[in-house]
Design a protein around this ligand. Structure first.
Ligand SMILES: Cc1cc2nc3c(=O)[nH]c(=O)nc-3n(C[C@H](O)[C@H](O)[C@H](O)COP(=O)(O)O)c2cc1C
Length: 380
């Protein structure tokens, strides 16, 4: 046992298994830790500020193998109404290029997360007269109208914009892209029966049918970015507007979705849950990431309250302050990883709280970790 391994064991946890390298296509990662997309509202006109670039680079320097940027609007006027979020356009490309370079200099890898807000009100419309939110059926959530349904011509433009933004991400040096298809935004609104009431080929009673538009987006990105460019697709059952929502009621339905996206060119799945340990269906302790992993040959990223005792929405709505969990939760994470439930793990708020979270866990210094606090999110 090395000195560091002894320190890890002495601290009551040993994350050695999560420190193995991983190869995903052309991408080599030195360990299994990822920082997931988290909007900080630090962009100006869609361009990352130096503060955002330094924040990403600092997490890479602290041992995080892969940084996924905050949700960045694709280059389409309907993609977001809010200029405080990232936006990938010709005008912001140079700022994103230096952000990517900063993470590379710090020894990390970086994906840009590609996003369209769909029928969700993200604010900022006062600065955008004439902005119209586009979504599958003009609904923010079941029973709540917002904006209007996108026409087939508009959906073709949006698909093109996803592909163009991925090609731009590659051109500015990003190591991959992540397609945001979760949490109740545009692509997830196609998957969710409550917000997709379309009678054309993008709607339908089965998840396989409702996956048609998201799968076409992934295929368009694959065609534009080339065969080797890593493409992650981020999925969730839960929505910001409904924590109990489900796009897949059974593992068979989940299989339809995963198969459609994988055939379209998805290279990784980032499975968003609020708690990594919650069993998805009765009769098994597998979380949603574990189920996705059982249905695909692509690598899977798990996420959800790693190192913290309350979930992300408790933080964002202010219902509870998160506290660090003990070693048992980390042991459960390692147990699930060793069982083969997932290949990588995202650490969100814990990495906001302490940029050296990965390095401190690696070096057996769990007690030195600065805990995340709600006040770290200065926009709340
Ligand atoms: C401030 C904040 C902003 C977020 N923004 C995004 C985002 O832009 N894209 C995304 O896919 N998820 C977003 N999320 C969700 C996180 O990626 C992650 O899934 C969630 O925080 C759970 O991980 P954690 O429990 O380790 O924090 C955000 C979370 C937080 C706290």
């Amino acid at each position: 046992m090395t000195e560091v391994q002894e320190a890890r064991a002495g601290a009551g946890h040993d994350i050695t298994p999560l420190l193995q390298p991983l190869r995903v296509g052309s991408l080599r990662l030195p360990n299994r830790f990822v920082m997931p997309g988290m909007q900080r509202a630090w962009c100006v006109g869609g361009a990352p500020t130096s503060r955002l670039g330094e924040y990403y680079a600092r997490r890479a320097a602290g041992g995080t193998a892969l940084v996924i940027t905050e949700a960045c609007a694709i280059d389409h006027p309907s993609a977001t109404s809010n200029d405080l979020f990232g936006w990938i356009t010709a005008a912001t490309a140079d700022a994103w290029r230096s952000c990517v370079a900063g993470v590379h200099r710090a020894g990390g890898r970086i994906f840009l997360q590609l996003w369209h807000q769909g029928g969700v009100d993200t604010g900022g419309t006062e600065g955008k007269p004439g902005f119209v939110a586009l979504s599958p059926s003009g609904l923010e959530r079941p029973g709540k109208p917002f904006g209007r349904p996108a026409s087939l011509a508009e959906l073709a433009e949006i698909k093109r914009a996803f592909a163009d933004s991925a090609a731009r991400a590659r051109e500015i040096g990003a190591d991959g892209v992540e397609v945001h298809a979760c949490h109740g935004y545009l692509l997830d609104q196609f998957l969710w029966p409550g917000t997709n009431q379309r009678a054309d080929r993008y709607g339908g009673p089965t998840l396989g049918e409702r996956a048609t538009f998201p799968a076409e987006v992934v295929a368009a990105i694959r065609a534009a970015a080339g065969p080797d460019f890593p493409i992650s697709v981020r999925l969730s059952q839960w929505k910001e507007a409904d924590y109990d929502a489900k796009i897949a009621d059974t593992s068979d339905e989940l299989g339809q979705l995963v198969t459609a996206l994988r055939s379209a060119g998805a290279g990784l799945f980032h499975v968003s849950t609020r708690r990594f340990w919650t069993p998805e269906w009765d009769g098994s302790d597998l979380g949603l990431a574990g189920w996705v992993k059982s249905l695909t040959d692509a690598p899977v990223i798990a996420v959800g309250s790693v190192g913290l005792d309350v979930d992300v929405m408790a933080t964002l709505t202010g219902s509870a302050e998160a506290r660090p969990t003990g070693t048992a939760a980390i042991e459960d994470l390692v147990r699930r990883f060793q069982r083969g439930d997932f290949d990588l793990v995202s650490v969100g708020r814990s990495l906001i709280g302490d940029p050296d979270w990965v390095a401190k866990m690696r070096d057996g210094r769990m007690n030195d970790i600065r805990p995340f606090r709600r006040a770290d999110l200065d926009f709340l």
